[in-house]
Ligand binder design. Structure first.
Ligand SMILES: C[S@@+](CC[C@H](N)C(=O)[O-])C[C@H]1O[C@@H](n2cnc3c(N)ncnc32)[C@H](O)[C@@H]1O
Length: 382
């Protein structure tokens, strides 16, 4: 398939149609007898996704797989973050997919192996790595078969299990992933002392820690405050504590690291709102580190379920958003006023609040509807 699509005329046609409506393009007849419009559109879609997710692939000679494989791939930014934790001699990605993670994670390794069950996908990756000047062994096998015949030891094993079942629905339990990590984790740790697994941002961390033995580190990775990945490091050495790192990429917020034991013993002080209000970023909220964050930054919490914090003096380097605010009476909110509305632990959703008070969305003023220990409150930015 690769050679046909890399023909200069076809590539010119693809590049000339990067902004064309793909639905109408699909209805047209392909101008090339040996290549279908479907194949052309796949390449155009690939380039469109690459612009946003992996711009390093916007090069002549690169081929793109079907949309599902593009969706399943990590972004360049999250892959780069993960690569910072790794170095060694032998690296293997057992679920290579489109190879974005493998490309970045293996950059500090000399000996790289990629395993993928999907032949067409692996052929595309092999073509692209050749264009990018990266050497690797490309193994087209089910990873279970590869592991059964394998005698080698690796410094790092990486897995990013497929998260869709046969009906292409998204799945979030470990046993529903392909491969089933619970079934192969002992085998993995016998082949490498470091196993890194990327999981869905929707996975429950308490569930994860309770079912998967050998976890020594968990990274909750957000990009622009949107949690993209939960990454787990399994070690063959018994870790007595699990370190959890909460990261918000593309922000100036610092990484917040803690152990689950620290969170269990931490206690929050409570207070009515003071001058500053803090909303932790989504990686912190995902990790459930609600009390330690208040203790470490000397902040008081408004309510056990609000996850909003307050201080009289401004605290720098908080991993989240900081607002200077005052409490207001609902009667003082002007109809048709323009606000960004945040509702946390409040009976109404922002849409319902907007309707009730006749407010418009946007602008640079904020209204937070929440609860303190004394009851419902409204905060307005000053
Ligand atoms: C989520 S994708 C990996 C994406 C990749 N990390 C990237 O950044 O492009 C998962 C891949 O694992 C492959 N896979 C799932 N189960 C497998 C198995 N048992 N053996 C080999 N490959 C498998 C799927 O075919 C799919 O391409």
């Amino acid at each position: 398939m690769g050679n046909k699509l890399l023909n200069k005329e076809i590539q010119n046609y693809i590049n000339a149609n990067l902004k064309t409506d793909l639905h109408s393009l699909l209805l047209k007849k392909s101008p090339f007898p040996k290549v279908s419009m479907h194949e052309i559109v796949q390449q155009i879609k690939g380039k469109q996704v690459a612009e946003r997710k992996f711009p390093f692939l916007l090069k002549e000679g690169i081929l793109f797989p079907p949309q599902l494989n593009l969706e399943q791939s990590s972004s360049e930014k999250t892959a780069l973050y993960k690569s910072e934790m790794l170095k060694g001699n032998k690296f293997i990605d057992l679920t290579s997919g489109f190879g974005i993670d493998a490309f970045y994670l293996s950059q500090n390794f000399d000996d790289i192996t990629l395993v993928e069950q999907n032949t067409e996908l692996l052929n595309i990756v092999e073509n692209n790595w050749c264009i990018l000047g990266r050497k690797a062994k490309f193994i087209n096998l089910k990873l279970e078969d590869f592991l059964n015949g394998n005698q080698e030891h690796f410094d790092v094993i990486y897995l990013d299990p497929a998260r869709r079942d046969e009906q292409k629905n998204k799945v979030f339990l470990l046993e529903d992933l392909s491969p089933d990590i619970l079934e192969i984790h002992e085998k993995l740790l016998s082949v490498s002392s470091q196993v890194i697994i990327k999981l869905s941002p929707l996975i429950d961390l308490k569930y994860l820690v309770s079912v998967l033995p050998g976890i020594s580190r968990i990274d909750v990775i957000a990009l622009k405050n949107d949690v993209k990945e939960v990454v787990v490091l399994l070690s063959s050495e018994n870790a007595d504590k699990i370190i959890c790192n909460c990261v918000n990429l593309d922000s100036s917020e610092p990484v917040f690291s803690f152990t689950f034991g620290e969170e269990e013993t931490a206690e929050s002080e409570y207070s009515e709102p003071e001058n500053y209000i803090y909303i932790p970023n989504h990686s912190i909220l995902k990790a459930g580190v609600f009390n330690l964050i208040s203790q470490k930054f000397a902040l008081k919490k408004l309510h056990p379920n609000s996850h909003l914090y307050t201080s009289s003096e401004k605290i720098e380097n908080f991993p989240g958003r900081t607002f200077e605010m005052e409490s207001v009476d609902s009667k003082s909110i002007k109809k048709k006023g323009q606000f960004n509305i945040i509702a946390k632990n409040y009976p109404l959703k922002p849409e319902e609040i907007k309707k009730k008070y006749g407010l418009k969305d946007g602008g640079d003023q904020y209204l937070i509807f929440t609860q303190s220990k004394k009851g419902k409150i409204i905060l307005k930015s000053v």
